[in-house]
Design a protein around this ligand. Structure first.
Ligand SMILES: *[C@@H]1O[C@H](CO)[C@@H](O)[C@H](O)[C@H]1NC(C)=O
Ligand SMILES: *[C@@H]1O[C@H](CO)[C@@H](O)[C@H](O)[C@H]1NC(C)=O
Ligand SMILES: *[C@@H]1O[C@H](CO)[C@@H](O)[C@H](O)[C@H]1NC(C)=O
Ligand SMILES: *[C@@H]1O[C@H](CO)[C@@H](O)[C@H](O)[C@H]1NC(C)=O
Length: 839
């Protein structure tokens, strides 16, 4: 019977248990080999490293193999091989390996002898694995589930291949564009002993240099005890000090240590290096600091690097002031902590995060919070499917039918997607396409066994034959799903949450009359028009014009329900949207909203019987093309005032159904939205389902679209709350930074933007009333005036912002500007009730 079925996987606000395959504790001393500290000198820890992006200007594979040299001269396979070669027979040298995605690609192709040599280099402390996650994840748009998953996967690979000494102790986030508190908290909980960060506001960095606060303690959580993490940063950026780059890529003179050679320059080089160190030492409280030697895709011919570094270090032997030696981050962290303890030094504690990051007056890196909205959504879909398939494959083991291998690829691709040029949207267009290709393939592969696993669970007798072919409809967002155009199909709804929920299933269909049979008999349903005809979409299957909606009620935790859907002939159980002709209300007395006929916009909302005036509208900022332009990383509007998407009355149509009422608003060719309310008494929210795209730009100005929720007569005193990677909330204050002074007038809008990974909240303490908006993907957002929440939904720009991508962020699909569809869920209530947690 179940010959054709689709799997609807949904995960709303799911709480995930943290499981990481490492335990707190120490590792045998043999894993570490630190060169001695000289207590009478300044100790300079030289850290040879290569920063290898898991995709950016080139795809992951192009970087690994070193193809497309004209784009970037970078081949990670050579980097790993040559740096390992350079360590052999040179016990003084040290090197760190960071990205497990690349290391794994390399490892698979090595012979046993070399693998054994690598294990020895790790065991003797010459090769230190740091970070160890699949990629160096972004910290703004990434969700904590995915961070945990990609660490779990990287660490598992390292443990399984190299063993205990490969367990990283130090986090290495030298390039992500701002740093999140939740990330520090996660690392602390995973047993990491330190974290090296790279990008923070330039004023913050300068102040920390002046006040000797580059080393500090980060309190990662206000609620958890074990969340404090020693955190540090380089005196400067993560690249090699100017003048000391010896690589094949660099133009500097090598070091010549033969005193008889007329070009002998060791003394000169040592003097130059020491001069730089004189500056750096003033930034630190202790007599230790880190000096990175490396950079993007460095060490492709590692022997050149190392042999010159050897000579430089040798030149420092017997130096009066400086003890310069090869080191690793864990040796550094240990040395600093020893000194702090011995001298009873006091490190400062930080309790918030490093967002937003500005690298200069007009360069706030807040555009990437929203850049590439459809890839950000697809990544979240990937996470949902990974969580569900992880659970299902673990059920499969119960039946002695291990399907774990089918999700390996999805785990890996999701690890890659977390990279700070992937989920951020800061890669070249061709690379973005490759990420989407990999994720699509991984999802398809991962869902193959789900039918078998669920079939096994359904069997009453071992010999029962149940053959489910389950499919996820990845293009349901544009009303495409092949299966649901059949006359008969089965919908499987799986609840990966640890609590019972009601989920509304929405299926693209072409029929007008259906019969839906679930475990409790026949189900009620509505058939509405789709949000859009999606007639611009060119795919193998045609978009459907309608949506079938029914409730899967009271789904038990980790439970599955099946619904048998049958298309009926003759009858017509569907009405199209109709124009509204006067002010109109929707929903029930407990939960609903009203639409003003004059404006076509929402003007009042009721939730849990509480009614408030409230409105919502779309606006846009014009992204500047002046240098520093608004681009993939940077958000820089020409004016601080956002213009409404249209000043005309918007076209409004509506339909009231049995389960749900919907209002369709057509602003113009760029913006369409459905506002909907489900009429049960469960979910206390109003849903805003938006479609924004084909944004029209001109030569000088890009377009950056926001949605704004406006609550009149609301006092939040410039304070709002945004979540940190989908977990704890962080308090934000307009125009204010807790750690340093800045001038908000430089960029009044952009400097107040924060990452909203899942939720933004404003509170009127006096009225005991809070309003929260939850989103379905990461976005940039703010509350620029009291009672107002805004979220950026889409951006299309005309210039590159000059941070390396070399392309304007100008996404197209089907021959026009990219459309993005997404949902916002608005809820409110008394602060004491904390409605933001409901969904
Ligand atoms: C690491 O690998 C060892 C050897 O295979 C295994 O016994 C151990 O359980 C692994 N540790 C973790 C935390 O997975
Ligand atoms: C090492 O080599 C890379 C190129 O692979 C170069 O860019 C880098 O500056 C070199 N680093 C040092 C410390 O010599
Ligand atoms: C519609 O609602 C507005 C307030 O939102 C009100 O001013 C106006 O009088 C109403 N119109 C009618 C016809 O009720
Ligand atoms: C719909 O989802 C697909 C796959 O995730 C994505 O490529 C596409 O851009 C999305 N379309 C819209 C309108 O959001």
């Amino acid at each position: 019977m179940y010959n054709k079925a689709i799997l609807t996987l949904f995960f709303l606000n799911l709480s995930w248990v943290i499981t990481v395959p490492i335990k707190k504790g120490y590792r045998p001393a043999t894993c570490q080999a630190c060169h001695p500290i000289d207590e009478n000198k300044i100790n300079i820890h030289i850290i040879p490293h290569s920063h290898d992006d898991v995709g950016w200007l080139k795809t992951v594979d192009q970087y690994y193999y070193g193809t497309k040299k004209h784009i970037q001269y970078a081949g990670v396979q050579y980097i790993i091989s040559s740096s390992i070669e350079a360590l052999k027979g040179h016990p003084d040298r040290r090197y760190v390996q960071v990205e497990s995605a690349f290391f794994w690609k390399w490892w698979q192709h090595q012979g046993d002898d070399l693998k054994q040599e690598v294990v020895e280099l790790v065991n003797n402390g010459q090769l230190e694995i740091i970070n160890g996650a699949w990629s160096m994840n972004d910290e703004a748009a990434s969700h904590y589930h995915s961070t945990i998953d990609q660490f779990t996967w990287g660490l598992r690979f390292l443990n399984d291949t190299i063993g205990e000494c490969a367990r990283p102790k130090i986090g290495w986030q030298i390039d992500p564009f701002g740093h999140s508190r939740e990330h520090a908290s996660l690392l602390a909980q995973m047993g990491f002993q330190g974290l090296v960060i790279g990008r923070l506001d330039y004023r913050d960095k300068r102040k920390r240099q002046q006040e000797k606060n580059l080393d500090f303690i980060w309190q990662g959580s206000v609620n958890l005890d074990n969340s404090n993490l020693f955190t540090t940063m380089f005196p400067d950026f993560y690249g090699t000090i100017s003048g000391f780059c010896f690589d094949v890529l660099c133009e500097y003179e090598p070091i010549i240590d033969n005193e008889n050679n007329p070009d002998y320059n060791v003394k000169q080089k040592v003097k130059e290096f020491a001069r730089k160190m004189d500056e750096y030492r003033s930034y630190y409280k202790t007599t230790n600091f880190l000096v990175p030697m490396g950079g993007d895709f460095n060490y492709q011919a590692a022997e050149i690097n190392f042999s010159n570094l050897d000579k430089l270090l040798k030149g420092f032997q017997g130096h009066d002031t400086y003890n310069v030696f090869y080191s690793t981050p864990s040796c550094y962290v240990q040395a600093v902590n020893d000194e702090v303890r011995k001298k009873s030094l006091k490190l400062t504690t930080k309790t918030d995060d490093f967002f937003p990051y500005a690298s200069e007056r007009n360069a706030f890196w807040t555009g990437y919070f929203t850049s590439r909205p459809t890839s950000k959504r697809f990544e979240r879909v990937g996470n949902n499917i990974l969580q569900a398939t992880k659970q299902l494959t673990s059920f499969s083991k119960i039946n002695g039918n291990d399907k774990e291998s089918s999700i390996i690829n999805l785990r890996e691709v999701m690890g890659i997607m977390q990279h700070h040029d992937a989920i951020t949207g800061t890669e070249k267009q061709a690379v973005a396409k490759d990420y989407a290709r990999m994720l699509t393939e991984a999802i398809k592969y991962a869902e193959v066994p789900t039918g078998v696993i669920i079939g096994d669970l359904l069997k009453k007798r071992p010999n029962d034959k149940i053959d489910l072919k389950l499919k996820t409809c990845l293009l349901a967002n544009v009303s495409i799903c092949e299966t649901t155009t059949n006359d008969r199909f089965v919908v499987a709804v799986y609840n990966p949450l640890s609590r019972s929920v009601t989920h509304y299933v929405r299926l693209p269909v072409d029929g007008t009359n259906y019969k839906i049979t679930g475990p409790n008999g026949e189900e009620e349903y509505d058939i509405f028009d789709s949000l859009h005809k999606f007639d611009y979409v060119q795919e193998k299957s045609k978009p459907n014009s309608k949506e079938l909606i029914f409730a899967s009620k009271q789904l038990p935790p980790l439970g599955i329900k099946f619904y048998y859907v049958e298309k009926l002939k003759n009858l017509r159980n569907y009405q199209p949207f109709e124009d509204i002709t006067e002010n109109a209300s929707f929903g029930t007395k407990v939960k609903g909203f009203s639409i003003s006929y004059a404006t076509g916009r929402i003007d009042r909302i009721t939730i849990r019987g509480l009614t408030r005036d409230m409105t919502q509208n779309f606006y846009y900022y014009s992204g500047t093309s002046m240098s520093r332009a608004s681009g993939a990383y940077i958000f820089r509007p020409t004016k601080s005032k956002a213009e409404p998407i249209t000043t005309k009355r918007i076209s409004v149509k509506a339909k009231k159904g049995k389960l749900v009422d919907e209002v369709l608003q057509i602003y113009n060719s760029e913006v369409t939205q459905i506002i909907r309310v489900y009429k049960d008494n469960e979910a206390g929210y109003i849903e805003f389902d938006w479609l924004v795209g084909d944004l029209q730009t001109n030569y000088h100005e890009g377009k950056e679209v926001i949605t704004r929720f406006i609550v009149p007569d609301f006092t939040n005193n410039g304070i709002f709350y945004t979540d940190s990677n989908g977990r704890e909330q962080i308090k934000r204050t307009l125009n204010t930074r807790s750690d340093y002074k800045y001038d908000p007038s430089d960029e009044p809008v952009s400097s107040n933007y924060y990452p909203v990974t899942s939720k933004i909240v404003i509170k009127d303490e006096e009225k005991d009333f809070e309003v929260a908006v939850l989103n379905d993907r990461a976005q940039g957002g703010s509350s620029l005036s009291d009672g107002v929440i805004e979220l950026m939904v889409h951006r299309r720009l005309v210039r590159d912002d000059g941070f390396g991508v070399g392309e304007a962020l100008n996404e197209e699909e089907y021959g026009r500007g990219l459309f993005a569809r997404g949902q916002h869920y608005l809820t409110f209530g008394p602060i004491s009730f904390s409605p933001a947690f409901e969904r």
